[in-house]
Write a protein of this length. Structure first.
Length: 197
């Protein structure tokens, strides 16, 4: 029989973390267990180096999070759409943040012509982003620079996809306060850049 190795380190970490939070705010977990009221929906890459709460330094309860490979929003993805619907209609978040990152493996894989298996069907959406912006991208001679730019353009396109969902359209029609932002994170210095302007 398969006996899983124990996650001793993680349980130890968890105990220390929970104790330290209780120490500074004994009611913290009790209050959070009653309800969540986040202002932000974060849609980011699944990459282990881009952990939502950590890089914006917000505690549990402040950010509703959805992550997938290369922070892609597809109009037939019930998973992502359900997250957006719940966040907008029930939690009434004030901001939706699409956060991409430079050096994104998903975006890089979408730029080459080799097969990667099942994931190619997902990366197809980023290949479409490339095609929409082919003229601009092909003008960039340096391959790394072109890759950087595609990481940015992918965020811009996903912001557009979110704005085009019926969920967000209805919220806007109903004058609900809702802002959609495109950000990109730099793995090299830990800093976020706003692509919305
Ligand atoms: Co990525």
């Amino acid at each position: 029989m398969h006996t899983p190795k124990k996650l001793t380190k993680l349980f130890d970490n968890n105990k220390i973390w929970a104790d330290s939070i209780r120490e500074s705010d004994p009611q913290f977990f009790y209050k959070l267990s009653k309800h969540q009221n986040p202002d932000y929906l974060w849609i980011g890459c699944a990459d282990s180096r881009v952990p939502a709460n950590q890089i914006i330094d917000l505690p549990p309860g402040d950010v509703f999070v959805h992550r997938n490979i290369a922070n892609v929003i597809v109009h037939t993805d019930l998973n992502a759409l359900s997250v957006i619907q719940y966040a907008v209609e029930v939690l009434k978040v004030k901001h939706i943040i699409v956060c991409g990152h430079y050096g994104c493996g998903g975006v890089r894989a979408a730029m080459d012509d080799t097969q990667h298996g099942l994931i190619d069907n997902w990366l197809r959406h980023i290949k479409d982003v490339y095609r929409f912006h082919e003229e601009e991208l092909e003008r960039i001679d340096d391959k790394e620079e072109r890759f950087h730019r595609l990481c940015e353009l992918n965020v811009v396109e996903q912001v557009r996809n979110i704005l085009n969902t019926t969920i967000v359209q209805n919220a806007i029609d109903n004058d609900q306060e809702l802002n959609v932002h495109g950000l990109i994170y730099d793995l090299k210095d830990g800093l976020l850049k706003d692509l919305s302007h």
